[in-house]
Design a protein. Structure first.
Length: 376
């Protein structure tokens, strides 16, 4: 009697364990089938995060790695694509196109790109198109703190150098975004590239365009400083800026001078985009009042004003505002050494000559943009 009771209990236990194994298998297969058909991607983020507890941690890790990584070759001090007579501009330069997100994507130990698991790669809805040495890196890094902005770290240079690679190549460069997030990139040379406006419009004529402008004289000196840092044998600023020292005529073929003719470049863009698609950010105010300028940028992009005073502190050593908590990191960080470096001393009369030269162009630019930047 006792023994047959044991057998019944024993059999019941066996059946129970078989049933639970069966249901577990059914659950596992259902889950895999669900994921294989792509539904995991469309699951609400919280649910998805719970199922993949380490996903967000890995994504943060990827962002941190991106921050710590030395800037990719094209960025942010990428030499101009063309080398001029000084040997510092206007000859095509052999550069590798950046990979998606500007450099190699972080890869998990199983070889799957970490950032490859959710969201969609979209064309940028907003692009920082210029100007070189205006403060474009600072603006992009400040924007990246915003949870609704995802941006490519490197400069893709699609609309100037790599257009023949096609729009799909470009889209593939973009980070994945969730609905409601804005995709962005910055390539300051777009502003001075003749073909760029029509090409951007071919992608999307509704694209929002941000131009960080800075006093063209200081901008030219900053540009020269960058080239000099790579080529210490470069002729003096004045010998490059002036056609002839006795006449004092400005050499507008020198790219460091030409880039500062903002009215001329803007005219080209206005043939394809209405003024309402542009936001002109003051490079000077981005340094003196970063939060104020970021308020304008967030409004223009239709974003909640998340980036504010509390994100910045002024670093006395650097002499520039820095971020208390950059994207993906909890430690304060300033921009790299190539941003905010000391400029060489330029003779006052050369600077004055350049100031006089730019004045009418600046005034024309104030009229066109509807903003007085107070450079003279
Ligand atoms: N917060 C902060 N930190 C450091 N530097 C700052 C910052 N905000 C603006 N700037 C100014 O940005 C100038 C470089 O401009 P870009 O980033 O547009 O340069 S680049 O075109 O991408 O090479 C750089 O020019 P230089 O001062 O000549 O180095 C800076 O003056």
């Amino acid at each position: 009697m006792g023994c047959s009771g044991c057998r019944v209990r024993f059999n019941f236990g066996k059946v129970l364990s078989k049933v639970s194994v069966f249901f577990t298998m059914v659950l596992i297969f259902t889950y895999f089938f669900y994921c294989l058909t792509g539904f995991c991607d469309s699951a609400p983020r919280t649910l998805y995060s719970q199922q993949n507890l380490d996903y967000d941690i890995l994504d943060d890790h990827r962002r941190i790695l991106e921050d710590l990584r030395p800037p990719p070759r094209l960025l942010p001090d990428a030499p101009e694509p063309h080398r001029n007579r000084t040997g510092s501009a206007d000859a095509p330069e052999q550069v590798d196109a950046p990979g998606p997100h500007g450099a190699k994507e972080s890869v998990q130990s199983n070889g799957i790109p970490v950032s490859n698991t959710f969201g969609i790669k979209r064309f940028p809805q907003a692009i920082i198109i210029g100007v070189k040495k205006g403060g474009t890196r600072a603006l992009l890094e400040f924007l990246r703190i915003h949870p609704d902005v995802r941006a490519v770290g490197a400069e893709p240079h699609f609309f100037d150098r790599f257009y023949d690679r096609g729009l799909e190549w470009y889209r593939n460069m973009m980070p994945r975004t969730l609905d409601g997030q804005i995709t962005m990139e910055k390539t300051p040379s777009y502003f001075v590239t003749k073909e760029a406006p029509s090409r951007v419009c071919t992608m999307n004529c509704q694209t929002k365009l941000i131009v960080v402008v800075r006093d063209p004289v200081t901008r030219a000196v900053s540009d020269y400083t960058q080239t000099l840092s790579k080529n210490p044998g470069l002729p003096s600023f004045q010998s490059l800026a002036l056609k002839n020292s006795s006449t004092g005529l400005i050499d507008t073929t020198w790219s460091a001078v030409r880039i500062g003719l903002y009215a001329k470049h803007l005219e080209n863009w206005l043939q394809y985009f209405p003024l309402s698609h542009f936001l002109f950010v003051s490079g000077e105010r981005l340094v003196s009042d970063p939060a104020g300028e970021m308020g304008r940028v967030q409004d223009f992009l239709g974003l909640k004003r998340v980036v504010s005073d509390k994100h910045f502190y002024f670093n006395q050593t650097k002499g520039f505002p820095c971020l208390k908590k950059p994207e993906g990191s909890s430690r304060p960080r300033c921009l790299g050494k190539s941003k905010g470096r000391p400029h060489p001393e330029i003779p006052a009369e050369v600077l004055q000559r350049l100031r006089d030269f730019y004045r009418p162009f600046n005034h024309r630019f104030y009229q066109m943009s509807g903003q007085d930047f107070g450079w003279d």
